[in-house]
Design a protein around this ligand. Structure first.
Ligand code: CP
Length: 303
């Protein structure tokens, strides 16, 4: 395969290969070797049709650390604003001898559509409420780093599951690796098909946290939300927000994750986000090694 379009298209062996490759790159980075010459003959375009901080910067950094040539495209400053289509946009970029496209797009399936219509290798950096495969990979990698083998771990994903590409990709990735997965959130923010994905459902946050080893706290996706779905922010925080008092009252110490950006004081308080139980910044750090691994492995298919 020359694309990474979703975790749905991977198997457990693919994930382990990505992790072992990321281990290698993380070790190299930790030895203060910031750049390796692996992809000197590869050119990558990062095309973002939605805002991003972590994904955009860590892809760019990963590509530069592999010595690829990198161009960045933000839809808001481009001729998309003059009506140019996605395929025309990408084909014009590819005519400049670009080998790989990393794309974030608000429409679910945009990466799959692009892979069918253009010749380059496509990496999905988040497509609407569908998938965010590199986020799920770095999340599982961070669990593995903190707790050892992901298999057998109890992981709860808390929040707006309905609109979350992070939730769907995490469910696929965690289940492939043998973790036990539950989701927890207001019924209005849980998709009707959720149990068909092999995950448990818990609407009582305390019960969910007492069950889990890891809680992955999600942001409410206000930008994708039909307001009629939703409890008020205050109600949401009261029922599904994690604070230090709640964590300290649990039977055991759990690991707290969040893909970012955080709404401090809504789904997670500052004293939890910045506590030693939180691996939020480890997730961000691991994002670079994971994205180096993904790009390196895909580039080996197109070289
Ligand atoms: N986790 C994540 O995708 O963050 P960004 O939207 O900032 O890239």
């Amino acid at each position: 395969v020359k694309h990474l379009l979703g975790i749905k298209y991977l198997n457990e062996k693919d994930i382990q290969l990505i992790f072992e490759t990321a281990d290698h790159f993380k070790e190299v980075i930790n030895r203060s070797i910031k750049k390796v010459p692996s992809l000197r003959d590869i050119t990558i375009a990062n095309i973002f049709f939605e805002n991003s901080t972590r994904t955009k910067l860590s892809f760019e950094l990963a590509e530069k650390r592999l010595s690829a040539d990198v161009i960045n495209f933000s839809a808001g400053q481009s001729s998309v604003k003059k009506g140019e289509t996605l395929i025309d946009t990408v084909n014009n970029i590819l005519s400049m001898k670009v080998d790989m496209v990393v794309m974030r797009h608000p429409n679910p399936g945009a990466g799959i559509f692009l892979a069918r219509h253009v010749g380059a290798s496509i990496v999905n950096a988040g497509d609407g409420a569908h998938e965010h495969p590199t986020q799920a990979l770095l999340d599982s990698y961070s669990i593995r780093e903190r707790l050892g083998d992901v298999a057998g771990k109890n992981v709860v994903i808390v929040g707006d599951i309905l609109h979350s590409r992070v939730a769907l990709s995490n469910i696929f990735a965690l289940r492939l690796q043998g973790a036990n997965v539950k989701v927890c959130g207001p019924k209005t923010l849980l998709p009707k098909y959720i149990e068909s994905l092999g995950v448990g459902v818990e609407t009582d946050l305390r019960k969910a946290l007492n069950w889990c080893d890891v809680a992955n706290m999600l942001r409410i996706q206000n930008e994708r939300l039909d307001i009629s779905y939703f409890p008020t922010t205050r109600e949401y925080t009261q029922q599904f927000g994690v604070n230090k008092r709640l964590l300290d009252s649990l039977d055991k110490e759990i690991v707290i994750m969040h893909p970012g950006p955080i709404n401090r004081g809504v789904e997670i308080t500052t004293d939890v986000a910045d506590s030693k139980q939180s691996i939020i910044l480890d997730q961000v750090e691991n994002g670079v090694a994971i994205r180096m691994a993904v790009i390196y492995l895909l580039a080996s298919k197109i070289k």
